[in-house]
Design a protein around this ligand. Sequence first.
Ligand SMILES: Nc1ncnc2c1ncn2[C@@H]1O[C@H](COP(=O)(O)OP(=O)(O)OP(=O)(O)O)[C@@H](O)[C@H]1O
Ligand SMILES: [Mg+2]
Length: 295
Amino acid sequence: MGLETMSATLESAVSSPGLPWVFVRERSTRHDVVVSEIRQPLIRIRDVEMRYPSERGEDAARVLAGVNLDIHEGEFHVLLGPSGCGKSTLLNIIVGLARQTAGTVTMRGRVIRKPDRERGLVFQNADAAIFPWLSVLENVEFGLRMASVKKAERRAIALKYVDLVGLRGHEGKFPHELSGGMKQRTQIARLLANDSAVLVMDEPFGALDAHTRRIMQNELVRTWRETGKTVIFVTHDIQEALLLGQWIHIMSKTPDANIYKTYRAELAYPRTEANPHFIELLTRIQGHFDFGSGI
Ligand SMILES: Nc1ncnc2c1ncn2[C@@H]1O[C@H](COP(=O)(O)OP(=O)(O)OP(=O)(O)O)[C@@H](O)[C@H]1O
Ligand SMILES: [Mg+2]
């Protein structure tokens, strides 16, 4: 199939009216992603492999192998996969905190070599992310201070996001005085205050109670839709994936973890679990995780 025909096929499959979701592909390869090269992706992941060195110094098994993904500006991508399959590893590579052992990751055509303000990360473990010697407000302001935003302005921005994540009244507290969920909300407020173009979120709502979690999910969708930011979001929770994402990538198990299947969820926002299309897609994705399914 020629490049243009493939592109037309994919585009029409993705945009067919009336379809609640579209199964896009199995096991992405370099060949599959060629179709989207017509529209320049914001982030391009090509043939990424990751091996961590073993304790004895020799090469360990490959955690990731042959990961290919294109992320266009303004899209919301969710990565779903079993524990230990390399989701955090892939996010760390995308933000520039880890370096893949093979393959390339670019943003706007430039190789990602280190973290920068364009890509903000919410870490899976908030303790690793927030500074213990700074208060909630100072933590939220931190990136703005680094960017030399004037004090009054950065304080106003930080307070807005402290409010949004429900931490008003706690802004003077230090991390050792916070619960796990409060630390996580501090990280999320900092990410939003920093105004990065790409929000990279590693199970950001895992430590939150169900009520706060729902508020944060709604706020994230609202922020994403209002600002046109690009979101890359990791979760274990299929329902959460379906409440949030336009693209849902299912990863296989390590070693040699890869993007095993990709769905495009065509459900309108705000989404609810009661929607029959939601249930249909949920059941389908759930099937990939059932015993013996290969993931
Ligand atoms: N710094 C490291 N050094 C050595 N091995 C590592 C390192 N970080 C991760 N690994 C290994 O890489 C694999 C993938 O880990 P990763 O944290 O990326 O998984 P994950 O999908 O995010 O898991 P979870 O859902 O539990 O957070 C695991 O086998 C882990 O032991
Ligand atoms: Mg992880």
